[in-house]
Design a protein around this ligand. Structure first.
Ligand code: RIB
Ligand code: CA
Length: 305
């Protein structure tokens, strides 16, 4: 099978951790680079978490540290959802690896230029690194097959009434990416709020394998849903789209990211009914086969050590 080479830009993050597990152990994917960004917690912590995950799985995927703050705004975190460490609940061994000696946007550029095929970038955190990449190296767009992101919403938000966290942390970066002309797939809250792991499945995780035990421990501290009612797998949904696109219904839409609103900055304005007269700039995931998603998750996590 020809594996799809991917770069993952991430802010681990408990749902990032399970998304990275699925990416590493999906037979369809070849994770070439992991880049970290300030998001759920500081970039110091998201980078430490990424390195500890690579150590946990003894994976030598290069990790490059990214932006320490949004392009213009002060950082906002989600420690209330992921814990102060960003991956509360499990005692990870100290990382055996260091980051590579270049910033994330540079590492992404170098990875793109070294690849003999255009690459897919999966973003599961704020888009700061991607905006920096496009600003510094606009010519690299031809080397990007598409950006598959967890972010946004055609309806309500989860950081503000109308804005989803990844978009709301750095609206200027998000606007830059949506205005870039790149092929974008937006897996927003419309589908990720429904991408639930059930209490019954969560209860089986500790005996699945070493990864299942670790995930169960950190899931116990994850506050997007609950162990009793089910946990929302926001970032894992973006990986699911990559390897099981048939689980999703998407629509080509014009998407604008609000950057000026007093109450609405970071809102993804998704023009589903084409009122704007503007051309579509994203494929927006509007529906998900939840049972199919849950089966895929069970299958792929069973492949982990
Ligand atoms: O809104 C959910 C997103 O914000 C996920 O990427 C989660 O990890 C947080 O970063
Ligand atoms: Ca994330």
């Amino acid at each position: 099978m020809n594996k799809l080479p991917v770069i993952i830009d991430t802010d681990p993050g408990i749902d990032d951790a399970v998304a990275i597990a699925a990416a590493l152990y999906s037979p369809e994917l070849d994770v070439k680079l992991l880049t970290t960004v300030c998001g759920n917690v500081s970039v110091e912590k998201t980078t430490r978490n990424a390195l500890q995950l690579m150590t946990f799985w003894q994976q030598s995927v290069p990790v490059a540290r990214g932006a320490a703050a949004p392009l213009l705004r002060p950082a906002r975190d989600a420690a209330s959802v992921h814990g102060e460490s960003g991956m509360a609940g499990y005692h990870f061994e100290p990382a055996q690896y260091n980051t590579i000696d270049k910033p994330a946007f540079q590492a992404i550029y170098d990875c793109l230029m070294a690849s003999d095929t255009a690459m897919t970038i999966v973003t599961i955190g704020p888009l700061t690194n991607i905006a920096l990449l496009l600003t510094q190296y606009p010519e690299c767009k031809s080397r990007i097959k598409r950006v598959v992101m967890m972010g946004g919403s055609s309806g309500r938000g989860n950081l503000t009434p109308t804005a989803e966290f990844n978009m709301a942390v750095d609206p200027e970066a998000a606007a830059h990416v949506f205005n870039s002309g790149l092929d974008i797939v937006m897996c927003g809250l419309d589908v990720t709020n429904r991408a639930i792991l059930t209490p019954e499945y969560l209860a089986r995780l500790p005996v699945l394998n070493r990864t299942g035990k670790m995930l169960h421990d950190i899931f116990s501290h994850y506050r997007s849903g609950s162990m009793e009612t089910g946990l929302r797998m926001h970032d894992l949904t973006a990986i699911a789209f990559l390897v099981r696109p048939a689980l999703f219904r998407t629509q080509a839409c014009f998407v604008a990211v609000e950057t000026q609103g007093e109450y609405t900055s970071g809102t993804t304005v998704v023009d589903i009914e084409q009122h704007s007269g503007k051309s579509a700039n994203a494929e927006v995931a509007l529906d998900i086969d939840v049972a199919g998603f849950q089966k895929w998750v069970a299958d792929v996590l069973a492949l982990a050590p």
